[in-house]
Every structure is written in structure tokens, then in C-alpha cells.
Design a binder for this molecule. Sequence first.
Ligand code: PXG
Length: 459
Amino acid sequence: MPQTAVRNSTAEWRAIDTRHHLHPFTHYQDLAEEGSRIITRADGAYFWDSEGKRVLDGMAGLWCVNIGYGRKELAEAAYRQMLELPYYNTFFKTATPPSIELSEILVGLTPEGLNRVFYGSSGSDANDSIVRMVRHFWNLQGKPGKKTFISREYGYHGSTMASASLGGMSAMHSQADLPLPGFVHVMPPYWYAMGGDLSPAEFGRKAAEALEQRILELGPDNVAAFIGEPIQGAGGVLVPPETYWPEVQRICKQYDLLLIADEVICGFGRTGRWFGSELFDIKPDFMTLAKGITSGYLPLSAVMVGDRVAETLIEKGGEFHHGYTYSGHPVACAVAIENIRIMKEEGLIDRVQTETGPYLAQRMKELEAHPLVGEVRCVGFIGAIELVKDKAKRQLFDPADEVGVKCRDHCIEQGIIMRAVRDALVFSPPLIWTREHIDEFVDGVRKALDLTLADIGGK
Ligand code: PXG
């Protein structure tokens, strides 16, 4: 009998979990006091916890279950591949059919000029791989001084030492003495909180100028690359003004920085396009892919490598001394191939772009009339509700009041889930949501907002 079959009480699971399991991004004392929510199954747009509560998943797991839960085709693809060839590596001049076929598919889907793929198992290891490749590239170019990476505050690029250094999360930095040398950060294009009296367009240019200033301070000969998410996800769904990315691209070109688009959240339909880079017309030298590549059914990441870098590594690099046991894992690649086939066949991304995305935006924007809501940002199936103290002045709450967390907890009571990032409630639903799911979600959010307002003494 499988071990879990005898452990069927929530209380027992919680006790064991607290005793033996260190969770990621979790306050351990709070968890010990409150116990974890144990998720036992999921289907379509919903998951269920161990007490039978059904929740509409407004986060697609953790920004990843793009085609929804319970897709038998993905289970069958994994099953077939496990029987045929469960594992073989891609080191030492070997390959497997799924890793080869997925590479061709990814090259076909991503913007022109990205013709090679390097595989990993997470967004974090993919970004580490990019750091390795960029350093190798500039050494091979005879410009070993070009080593510094520039990224943004509130950027999230992963949890390993290098990817957390790329990220701009100060809480992560302070615990691990990060960033490592050679990683610096500039302001994000977060108009709502930082734009002051500037229009979004003016502020977009100002945020891009911050990059240019930093390059000039460091000296262009010392700067290797700029990395950014097309839309910053974990930082609070920061949608850049239209003026931002064109300016960033001009600057990267002018000072010869490699441009890395971290598409871990934005990729695979999240924005109503295959990639966020399409939406903003970004032409990167690298793309980081993970999460939606398998709809989260198995761990897989991919670095798309542009021709300039790939050709240098191939022609001049000799052996590339870098890789993971699970690079190009055949089962994960087979699941990714099936996941992409389903997205194409069901027209999910077009539907988000033309129908369900605009409907989600329209319904969520209605919430801007609520006294707590300063702004609703929504692009395709990614968005945020910015809770504010004073709408007219765009004044945020004191973080100590934890208004976002209160609202998030009320959402869960209402049977819907969102994440609180500071006082922005972020959402990123599975791309399969229908108008009915959207209506159910908006009703739940509205009730949660009313309850939050009552908590803080509003009407
Ligand atoms: N880049 C981006 C843009 C991400 O959002 C990573 C890299 C790292 O991927 P892995 O697979 O190593 O986790 C991410 C991950 C949150 C949250 O709370 C977001 C992520 C991960 C965990 C939590 O919003 N994004």
C-alpha cells in the first residue's frame, strides 16, 4: 500500500509537515503555529484541499499551470516516454528524440534569431546557465572586462546564488549576503508607485534612462548584459509603459550589452502572445523559459540562445564545461511537446488575446470603482490589483498594516486564490478560464475587498 494512503487526516499531515518539511519562502514559526494548507487534488480550473474545500485557482499554481489541471494527454505522454526511455543524458555527444524535437519546436515558436536551446530543470538554473554563457562569451570576444549584469529592483530571476543576485528582492539579498560582486540594480518601470507627477510615457523613459546612467557610471566596457522580465511578475505585475522597452533596447544596442528576456512567467501564452517579447517587440539575445513550458506538470527550463552568442560558443568556445544531469530530460521534454501541441490545437493563446483576456481586463477594471483599489493592471491573463490608502494621491498603505495579506486571506475564504505582493494582489489564471470562471473570480474578489475594507475600518 502506498505510504500516503494511511495518512489521511489533515491534522496528522500538518503535524508531520511541521516536524520534517522546510518549505520555500515560508516563515517557519508562523507555519508551525498555523499549519499548512494541504492540497490533495485538482481538475481544470480548480483545486481541492484536504478538508474538501474547492478553490478557483487564480494563480495557475505558481504562474505555471497554463493549460489547467487534469490533462490526461500530458500524463499519457509522460507514461509513454517513461516506458520507452525514462532517462538518458544529453552530455558527451548524446541526445534523445524528445530533447531534439522540442528544440526544433521552441526555435520555431520564439522570435527570429534564437536558434539554439540549452536545457535545465528550473528558471533559476536556466538563469545561472545564462550567467555562465555570458561570461564565457565576453571572454571569447576578448572583452573580459564586460562582466557586470544590470537588472531591476523588484525583478525576480530565481533563488540560486547567481539568479537571486540578478533578482532585485532586497529580503533575499539580506539573508545571503547578496548580490554577488558584479550584479547591480536599477529602478523598475513601476509608474503607479514611483511615477510621481510624470505621465506613464515620461516615466517609462526615465526608468530606461536609469539604465543608461548606470552603464555610464560603470563604464560600458565593464557591463555584460541587462536582464528583465517583459512584465515583472513576482515583483507585483509591473506592466512597463510603452516607452520603456524601445528605449532599453536602444541603450543595450548602443553600449553593446547582451539583452536577456526572462520569460519564465510571461512565456507560453500568459500575455495573450506566445512570449512577452512579442508584445513589446523585444529582440533578445537570450530568453529564459520554464513554468508554462510544461504547464508545471514536470520541471523543465530552457535557455534560448541567440545566434551571436551561440555561434561564438560553437566556433571559438571549445568544450562548454556546464550542464545538469537532467538537461533535456526526455520525459519532461515529451510533456512539453504535448503541452505545446494542446495550446496550439485548442487555440488557447488566441482566445486569451482576443476574447477571454479582454473580458478579464474589463471585469477586473470594474473594481477600480472600489474605495480600496488604486489601479488594476491586466495584460492577457496576468494582472494585479493595487490596494491604496488614498486613490487621488496614489498613496500606498503602511506595509506594517499588511492590507494585501488580509485581502488575500479573504480571497481564500471566498474560494479563490491570488498572491499578495506588498499590497498588490496578483493574478495569473490558467489560460483555459471561461467567462464563467472570470465572473466567479470577480465576484469573489469584490467580496474579499469589501471584507478587507471593513477590517481596516472603512465602510
Ligand atoms: N524567472 C522568473 C521571471 C520567475 O518568475 C524564476 C525565474 C525562477 O524559476 P524557478 O523555476 O527556479 O522557481 C521565476 C520564478 C512568487 C514566485 O511568489 C514566483 C516564482 C517562483 C516562486 C514564487 O511569485 N517565479
